[in-house]
Design a protein around this ligand. Structure first.
Ligand SMILES: Nc1ncnc2c1ncn2[C@@H]1O[C@H](COP(=O)(O)OP(=O)(O)OP(=O)(O)O)[C@@H](O)[C@H]1O
Ligand SMILES: [Mg+2]
Length: 331
């Protein structure tokens, strides 16, 4: 395997605050690599350093075997970037947006029309060539932006949260496009995401990031094996009962449970039906009412929970909840 990008002890401090803390990893050529982590984990900061947009406090970035900061202009040609915020020009058509970028990257004039047609086709936007980008849905804008960053035929495409804020239909289209770019155009993809399913389904390998550090690295399957158990049992109940439930769960299963949100979860091996039945019996004997009990196979969220003590899904739902509260307050 050849290495596309190598980060060596990469660190970024903002004053006393360490946003990226001694991150080392290798991204191989041809893979779709995911940086998965909650808000503030340091994903964008890592990517911004990789693109030469902010200098690291210490550490090294090697792209295609070359030191990034010693070869910045040359390497920038090899990396396409799609930032977290959408930046297509709303008052230009899809075609004009791409022409502008083609000129910026000095694509020869005679190559521009053919290139634009093929990129619009790739994005599923051929019918919208003459339409103003300002009239596009969020998903269409995103797709236009993604193919825009392919104008200089980069070897590596970096996508910062390509699907955050999009509905599931638009998300699916972005996933298809990322796969096509990776397979048909042979572009190595580095993407960040807060979505567990996205990381699980899209990425060959994932680095889980939290508070500036890489806390786990591997294929989705390797990461889920970190749990070391076959099933996760979850018991939902009123929050003030969770400690007591966790005590009973620990005694009954011999495993250390986690409390997150309104649930106690525990990873177990063996006959989970019997384990669940025994747990229900103990809870009944102790007269502890619960709201539900369920089982699932380990997910990346269980890995995150095991490593950090908090659920990534909970950090997301809290964010959604606070934006909902805001909306209600506005009304
Ligand atoms: N220019 C800056 N000055 C000070 N602090 C910063 C700066 N940029 C980022 N940070 C802080 O560094 C931490 C990591 O931020 P970063 O944007 O890299 O997170 P992220 O993983 O991309 O999160 P999100 O999913 O919300 O985009 C955060 O606590 C953020 O507030
Ligand atoms: Mg970010």
């Amino acid at each position: 395997m050849e290495t596309a990008i190598e980060l060596v002890n990469l660190t970024k401090k903002f004053g006393d605050f360490t946003a990226v803390n001694n991150v080392s990893l290798k991204i191989e050529k041809g893979e779709i690599f995911g940086l998965l982590g909650p808000n503030g984990a340091g994903k964008s900061t890592t990517i911004n350093m990789l693109l030469g947009l902010i200098p690291p406090t210490s550490g090294k970035i090697i792209v295609e075997g070359k030191d990034l900061y010693k070869n910045l202009n040359e390497i920038k040609q090899d990396i396409g970037l799609v930032m977290q915020e959408t930046i297509v020009e709303p008052e230009l058509t899809a075609e004009q947006n791409l022409i502008l970028f083609a000129k910026l990257y000095h694509v020869p004039n005679n190559e521009i029309p053919e290139k634009i047609d093929s990129l619009l086709e790739l994005a599923g936007l051929s019918n919208f060539k003459k339409a103003y980008a300002g009239t596009f849905s969020g998903g269409m804008k995103r797709r236009l932006e993604m193919v825009k960053s392919l104008i200089q035929d980069p070897k590596i495409l970096v996508l910062d949260e390509p699907t955050t804020g999009l509905d599931i239909q638009n998300r699916t289209k972005i996933w298809e496009l990322i796969r096509k770019i990776n397979v048909e155009r042979k572009v190595t993809v580095l993407m960040t995401t807060q979505y567990l399913e996205e990381a699980n389904d899209m990425c060959n390998r994932i680095a889980i990031m939290d508070k500036g550090r890489i806390i786990a690295l591997g294929t989705p399957t390797q990461l889920k094996h970190l749990i070391g158990k076959e099933s996760i049992i979850e018991i939902a109940a009123e929050r003030h009962r969770l400690e007591q439930i966790a005590g009973i769960v620990q005694k009954e299963t011999g495993e250390k449970p986690n409390i997150s949100g309104d649930k106690v979860s525990v990873s177990v091996s063996g006959n989970y039906v019997k384990i669940m039945k025994d747990l229900l019996d103990r809870l009944n004997e102790n007269k502890i009412p619960i709201e539900g009990i369920s089982m699932h196979e380990p997910t990346l969220d269980d890995v995150f929970l095991k490593l950090t003590g908090t659920s990534l899904r909970d950090t997301l739902s809290e964010e959604t909840q606070s934006s909902r509260t805001l909306m209600m307050r506005r009304r």
